[in-house]
Write a protein that binds this ligand. Structure first.
Ligand code: FES
Length: 72
């Protein structure tokens, strides 16, 4: 699904940018040009940021990261 029709940016690309560290509309604009033209996509991009943020904070508290070195 396209988030930004003007710049042909898909939802997948937006989530990939968020996974890579984008946390604001400004960052998505810099990386993908989201909102650079008509601006109709900004609310949808904000929704993607909110969903991604909610998913990160809804992780169970007993989940922790084990690096390859620790696991070996
Ligand atoms: S839909 Fe994204 S700038 Fe127009």
């Amino acid at each position: 699904m396209y988030v930004c029709v003007c710049n042909a940016v898909t939802e997948r690309q937006v989530y990939e940018a968020i996974d890579a560290g984008a946390t604001t509309i400004k960052a998505l604009n810099r990386q993908l040009s989201v909102g650079a033209q008509c601006g109709a996509c900004v609310s949808c991009a904000k929704e993607c940021l909110s969903k991604a943020s909610a998913q990160k904070t809804n992780l169970p508290t007993n989940v922790f990261h084990i690096s390859k070195q620790e696991a070996a």
